[in-house]
Design a protein around this ligand. Structure first.
Ligand code: ADP
Ligand code: ASP
Ligand code: MG
Length: 408
């Protein structure tokens, strides 16, 4: 069986007209003799609206009910697509996670797919049906509905491609592919023709929400090639694949930026072993992800300052936990909500010396102050004031010659 998994994002199914276009894309694949498995997100805005309602009803909305609530948008869009295909004479129906089933483990709100039972869908495909699977959801061992984190329909598609040994997995979205940077931040962003899993993973986890980062990790582990393309225009998109398949001489592949970070500085903590661990232990126990960390060199060997960043949504909880922490003493707690992380990503930097210098020099020429730095083999991130994000992205885009070509 020649199977393809097609995933449609929220904007692609955002209106009735767009759903008609989605049905036409599906039919193109059917005509090419593919067995098609479709994954759909909720219509754009629906998930956000449900989350907003839950927040209005409770500051600490029950997580199992949150999942039951926010997964409901996908049911609607799947039924609409199936209904349209039925109207055009095709056998199709919606499939919710429990009907397949798609099994998950991990916490509510951020579960991970650990198995997909293939029998029911295989039978349906063999009967000539086109299953429209609700993205973003699964069920756990207690048969409760779970969700896979924001943007989680990407993970649904990739895991279906894995379990059904699909020839292709196509992610249809509202941009022409993965671009050198978010086109909403910088208009001159260019499409990247081919990108490695590792670079895509860094870009996604550093703020490029075109792909959900854990889904890229799933694709990498299972060696599934992904095509990212527009559902609005017929044009080649981006291929996400293994590094071995890529030959180019770019230093930097892409630039990412974040929107919702917060920086916390503890001034005047004791400079002795174990202090950092005792600050971060309660945060990790409460699922708060600490991102960048920097500790100043202590001038007198007794006291120092510790700075770290977290997601803005975790700020209140973090502040409470730090204040409740009896083990640590500090003189002052400084909070900055107006920070963003800007990162340059590329496997090319492994073999090219001087990239860090070029990045810092370019930013300093524009008077952009760097607050915190973190690096890995294929990325350099800097924390800067939020108001300079656009300027920093455009500066770095030019500095590393991403402006110049049509496509990369
Ligand atoms: P979907 O609903 O199709 O899943 P998303 O909104 O999750 O779509 O992702 C697409 C959006 O990601 C684009 O509209 C774009 O603004 C944003 N984006 C951020 N960084 C990038 C990037 N490097 N390349 C392409 N799009 C990006
Ligand atoms: N509808 C979900 C969200 O908005 C999942 C997805 O779009 O992939 O996060
Ligand atoms: Mg998405």
């Amino acid at each position: 069986m020649k199977i393809v998994v097609l995933k449609f994002g929220g904007t692609s199914v955002g209106t009735v007209e767009r759903i008609k276009r989605v049905a036409a894309i599906i039919i193109r694949f059917i005509n090419k003799k593919y067995k098609v498995i479709v994954v759909s997100s909720a219509m754009s805005g629906v998930t956000n609206d449900l989350i907003k309602k839950s927040k209005e009803l409770s500051t600490d909305f029950n997580s199992a009910e949150y999942d039951a609530l926010v997964s409901s948008g996908e049911q609607m869009s799947c039924a609409l697509i199936a209904g349209r295909l039925n109207h055009l004479g095709y056998k199709s129906r919606s499939w919710l996670a429990w009907q397949i089933p798609i099994l998950t483990d991990g916490n509510h709100r951020s579960a991970r797919i650990n198995a997909i039972k293939t029998n029911n869908l295989k039978k349906y495909l063999n009967e000539g049906g086109v299953p429209i699977v609700s993205g973003f959801q699964g069920i756990n061992s207690n048969k409760r509905i779970t969700t896979l984190g924001r943007g989680g329909s990407d993970a649904s598609a990739i895991m279906l491609a894995k379990y059904f040994k699909a020839k292709k997995c196509v992610i249809y979205t509202d941009v022409v592919g993965v671009m050198t940077t978010d086109p909403r931040v910088y208009k001159k962003a260019k499409k990247i023709k081919i990108i490695s899993y590792e670079e895509m993973l860094e870009m996604a986890s550093l703020g490029s929400k075109v792909m959900q980062s854990s889904s890229v990790q799933d694709a990498r582990l299972n060696r599934i090639d992904i095509d990212v393309k527009s559902s609005f225009i017929k044009k080649d998109g981006t291929l996400i694949t293994k590094r071995k398949n890529i030959t180019n001489n770019k230093i930097i592949t892409g630039i990412s930026s974040t929107k919702n970070d917060a920086k916390i500085t503890l001034v005047g903590i004791k400079d002795k072993p174990g202090i950092a661990a005792s600050i971060f232990k309660p945060l990790s126990e409460n699922n708060i992800n600490v991102d960048m960390v920097v500790q100043n060199i202590s001038a007198d060997g007794k006291e120092t300052d510790l700075t770290f960043t977290i997601k803005l949504e975790d700020l209140n909880k973090t502040q409470k936990l730090v204040k409740l922490n009896k083990i640590i003493k500090y003189k002052n707690l400084i909070i900055d909500k107006n920070v963003s992380k800007v990162s340059i990503i590329g496997v090319g930097m492994i073999t090219t010396p001087g990239v860090t210098f070029r990045m810092f020099q370019a930013l300093s020429k524009k008077n952009i102050n760097i607050l915190v730095i973190s690096t890995s083999e294929i990325k350099i991130s800097v924390l800067i004031s939020k108001k300079y994000v656009k300027k920093a992205v455009s500066t770095l885009h030019k500095e590393f010659n991403l402006d110049s070509q049509d496509e990369h």
